[in-house]
Design a protein around this ligand. Structure first.
Ligand code: AMP
Length: 427
């Protein structure tokens, strides 16, 4: 065994479980891909300033959780703790917003890094699927994104999740609310660090999970009571559109989320089977972020769904994904001549589009058949010297156990037909 271990708070994805993660990533992003969102991939690290300016100087993510480094060339970089700031930076840099086709709709999937205290569902390296719609202010767009996330969860068979919804107002109405909240918070019994937060970002105090703080927040002013007419109207439209789409939601006046850039619509998907780390995804509108990072005014909205926690949520519901085997055919050669012959057949099958594997390493027939069964393939191709002398290969249906000799020249077509027939039945 190697003395090296995956770093604290991280884990490896290994077969067979890794297939579940791939399928979850695929299912969560599929609805967005089909709704006109184009794929975007950005570097795993960015200039520190992008996050401190974008995500916010006062957030836990920036002050405590960022992995930062100075390069040999003197650049201050950070491993990305979240996706939105990077994606917006990339869209601005690539001038996607000037092409006259707004909103720019993008989706992504990848690794994110936060130096958090590891626990179940909270890791230092985790995986998200995200979607962002940049450059449009339209309640239908906020609703579209929420619907796409719901569709992703539903596609996976997840049922025990709830949608929490709130609005954070905008630059017109938030300042007065902020002041009212600050006044209220200053009257509470809070520790030094939390008191400091009242000055920098009082909304974040509403997000405090400690019971000692929560117990005092009951009478706090609520943003819903301080919204300007435009924000009220906008939020009402999002709520109506969700209702018309048949998506249940819970109004949560305390939902502020941990990032500074949110305005208006904010939402979170929580799953009750997960304990403390119950958020499986979240997002919202960030109308001011573009300007915060030096771009033009570009009202935008987006979400990020946690892949790791979605997998945990599926597990907690006992949902087992129906994942088709990766290989349909497994070749078992008996002897050196057969190895060469079957290796050539396997290459032909693969070229013909049939997912095929073969036993390597000159293993005995027993071991090779075990591999064939483990692979999940429906058919095995078996050939020994006698078969080759007769110009045939045995095609065995591993489900029924039936076996048939097929002429070597016909085997590709025959196997392809059988695989197609089985898949057709399944479909
Ligand atoms: P956030 O940007 O914090 O709202 O994150 C979006 C989603 O990513 C959350 O709802 C979680 O599902 C997931 N997530 C965030 N942080 C972590 C973490 N440390 N470990 C695992 N998943 C995370």
């Amino acid at each position: 065994m190697t003395p090296f271990q995956a770093p604290k708070g991280t884990f490896d994805l290994l077969p067979p479980d890794s297939a579940v993660y791939l399928a979850v990533r695929d299912a969560l992003s599929d609805p967005a891909r089909r709704a006109g969102y184009g794929y975007v991939e950005t570097p795993g690290f960015e200039a520190v300033g992008l996050f401190s300016r974008g995500v916010g100087e006062s957030t836990d993510i920036v002050t405590k959780e960022m992995y930062t480094l100075t390069t040999k060339g003197g650049d201050e970089l950070a491993l990305r703790p979240e996706g939105t700031a990077s994606v917006l930076r990339a869209a601005l840099q690539g001038n996607l917003h000037t092409a006259g086709n707004l909103p720019v709709k993008l989706w992504y999937s990848g690794s994110y890094y936060r130096y958090e205290r590891p626990q179940a569902g909270r890791y230092r390296h985790f995986s998200q699927v995200g979607a962002e719609a940049i450059g449009a202010e339209d309640p239908m767009l906020d609703t579209e994104l929420i619907l796409l996330a719901v569709e992703g969860y539903r596609k996976l068979g997840l049922t025990g999740f709830r949608l929490l919804l709130n609005t954070l107002g905008d630059r017109n109405c938030r300042p007065a609310y902020r002041a009212a909240l600050q006044e209220f918070l200053r009257g509470l019994d809070l520790d030094e660090e939390t008191r400091a937060r009242i000055d920098i970002n009082p909304l974040r105090v509403l997000d405090d999970k400690r019971e000692s703080v929560r117990a005092q927040l009951g009478g706090a002013p609520r943003i819903v009571d301080h919204l300007c007419e435009e924000c009220k109207e906008y939020h009402e439209q999002v709520r109506e559109l969700l209702t018309a789409s048949g998506v249940a939601f819970e109004d949560d006046p305390w939902l502020v989320r941990g990032l500074d850039y949110y305005t208006r619509t904010t939402f979170e998907f929580v799953h009750d089977g997960l304990g403390a780390q119950s958020a499986i995804g979240g997002g919202g509108r960030y109308d001011g972020l573009s300007e915060m990072i030096g771009g033009p005014a570009l009202p935008s909205v987006g979400w990020a769904l946690g892949v790791d926690r979605t997998v945990l949520a599926l597990r907690s519901e006992g949902v087992v994904l129906d994942l088709p085997a990766a290989t349909d055919v497994f070749a078992v050669p008996l002897g050196e001549e057969a190895r060469k012959a079957l290796f050539a057949t396997v290459a032909q099958l693969r070229r013909a589009g049939v997912a095929t594997d073969i036993a390597f390493g000159g293993r005995g027939v027993k071991g090779a058949m075990k591999s064939a069964n483990r692979s999940g393939a429906r058919f095995a191709l078996i050939a020994g010297e006698r078969d080759l002398a007769e110009g045939v290969i045995q095609v065995k249906d591993l489900e029924s156990g039936e076996q048939e000799s097929v002429a070597v020249a016909d085997v590709v077509e025959a196997v392809r037909g059988r695989v197609a027939a089985v898949k057709g039945q399944l479909a």
